[in-house]
Design a protein around this ligand. Structure first.
Ligand SMILES: [Zn+2]
Length: 247
């Protein structure tokens, strides 16, 4: 049995047995894990407030070979994010982020970049809850990218020619960006402004992206949201639902 320690974000919890909970964490070193927190629903639980959604904590847990559930042993709050819990829209946004991380990331597959990205998005939302929607778009683009589902923004997926700044890219139902010639009139054109926003997600941290994008016209934000939702929808449709143990 291994004793492991890592930094982790609480994605969600659900009740288990009489007094326990199962906690789904996104960890820095082990990816998404599910841990049993024994006795955490008792009045004097040693876990205190550390298992609230989106708390950042240092956790210690035991892992037995070939067992999917690990046993939580200790938690230490690094950042509570309790300040976010008063806003229904923010909570819904965070829950959405947590759900997508669980959907996209196979359990126990380390992905430190994903951990850092989600943590940075959370920090950006803490700094300015008014930017929630912009940060969520950033999160969606990066989740797609880190899990290998974001089309190449820089070049045509067919002829491999690099797009120039003023060129329209076209997307067909296969989620590939193509130049005008290769698309042969099929698919929808991505506006130049949308392509610029997508490029901005690649060079900026989430808070800077949100700040820079505040002036984005509503129709471009809608276009960006439609694009990410379309890409995410296609990925989830073709994901085999093997992870039913993740509620
Ligand atoms: Zn082409």
């Amino acid at each position: 049995m291994a004793v492991l320690e890592t930094e982790a974000l609480v994605l969600r919890t659900y009740n288990f047995g009489e007094a326990d909970k199962i906690v789904v964490f996104l960890t820095r070193t082990a990816g998404v894990i599910r841990a049993v927190a024994k006795g955490c629903r008792k009045l004097k639980s040693k876990y205190g407030a550390s298992l609230e959604p989106f708390t950042l904590a240092k956790i210690t847990y035991f892992q037995k070979e070939n067992q999917e559930l690990v046993a939580l042993s200790q938690t230490e709050i690094l950042k509570s994010h309790f300040d976010l819990s008063g806003q229904a829209e923010t909570l819904a946004g965070l829950a959405y982020m947590g759900d997508l991380v669980v959907e996209f990331s196979p359990p126990y597959e380390p992905n430190e970049k994903l951990f850092r990205m989600v943590k940075a998005c959370l920090d950006a939302i803490c700094q300015s809850q008014a930017d929630l929607q912009l940060v969520l778009r950033y999160f969606e683009v990066w989740l797609l990218k880190l899990e290998g589902y974001l089309p190449d923004l820089r070049r045509c997926g067919e002829c491999q020619r690099a797009f120039d700044e003023n060129e329209l890219a076209f997307m067909n139902s296969d989620s590939v960006f193509r130049c005008r010639t290769c698309s042969q009139g099929f698919g929808s054109a991505l506006s130049k402004r949308l392509q610029a926003q997508l490029r901005a997600t690649q060079r900026l941290a989430p808070f800077a992206f949100a700040q820079e994008s505040r002036a984005m016209p509503a129709n471009i934000h809608r276009e960006l949201a439609e694009l990410t939702h379309q890409l995410i929808g296609r990925v989830l449709e073709r994901q085999p639902r093997l992870r039913s143990t993740f509620q």
